[in-house]
Design a protein around this ligand. Structure first.
Ligand SMILES: [Zn+2]
Length: 229
């Protein structure tokens, strides 16, 4: 942590305020310890008093990085030094959106949890492990579908190999989708790749289609309960 006097530019005026900020000395990009260059600082409050926010634009000084970044502080004019605990935490991780129908969480909450984690790994560029996660999510989707929607024997379905569970699926389209997704997933897990022209994008498309079939069946079962009365 380093303390720096920073000239903060105020909105709609040419004036500025000189404030002292505690600034982290670690670069958020390269992780290197350095003293960043302060490029610019601005607040959108015209006459700052009490609580307001300041954005500081900085640049890493490590010569093999030199990337720009932003820090934002919750400033209270009562303090002489804007301390580290006034720093607003940024994560820069876009929200995970899987776009699955809500009812898939009813059928298999674990599928949704594992799939979203795999999606997060993929977004972070962890392409060597995201596929394994997607493969795991399919296993939960199929087994929970068989147990909850098809009333297959829970003890057997839980303990048997995934291939055996897939063969219990009556709907041919759903069986093919989950089988194909699993095969691609196995390629992601094993040393030798069998399906060279298929990748995670195909796998995700198959999983999505399978989820839509299962979602349709879930809703149809609810409709059936209503109609038979
Ligand atoms: Zn850096």
């Amino acid at each position: 942590m380093i303390e720096r006097k920073v000239s903060v530019h105020l909105t709609q005026s040419s004036s500025s305020a000189l404030l002292t900020f505690a600034i982290p000395n670690q670069c958020p990009h390269c992780g290197g310890i350095m003293t960043p260059d302060v490029v610019y600082a601005k607040t959108l409050s015209n006459q700052p008093r009490g609580e307001y926010r300041v954005g500081i634009f900085l640049r890493c000084t490590n010569t093999d990085c030199l990337k720009y970044y932003t820090l934002e502080y919750n400033v209270n004019t009562a303090y002489q030094i804007i301390t580290y605990d006034r720093l607003i935490k940024y994560t820069y991780q876009p929200p995970i959106i899987d776009e699955f129908p809500r009812e898939v969480s009813e059928v298999s909450p674990t599928f949704k949890k594992v799939y979203d984690q795999a999606l997060k790994a993929e977004q972070l560029g962890l392409d060597q492990i995201s596929g394994i996660g997607f493969r795991k999510s399919v296993e939960f989707l199929i087994k929970d579908y068989l147990i909850k929607l098809k009333s297959e024997p829970e003890v057997d379905v839980k303990s048997e190999f995934l291939g055996k569970s897939i063969n219990r699926i009556e709907l041919t389209s759903l069986k093919d989708l989950t089988k194909a997704a699993t095969w691609i997933g196995n390629d992601e897990t094993h040393y030798v790749r069998v399906w060279k022209d298929k990748d995670i994008t195909d796998m995700k498309a198959f999983i999505r289609a399978a989820v839509l079939y299962i979602s349709a069946e879930y809703q149809a079962a609810a409709a059936h309960e209503m109609v038979k009365k």
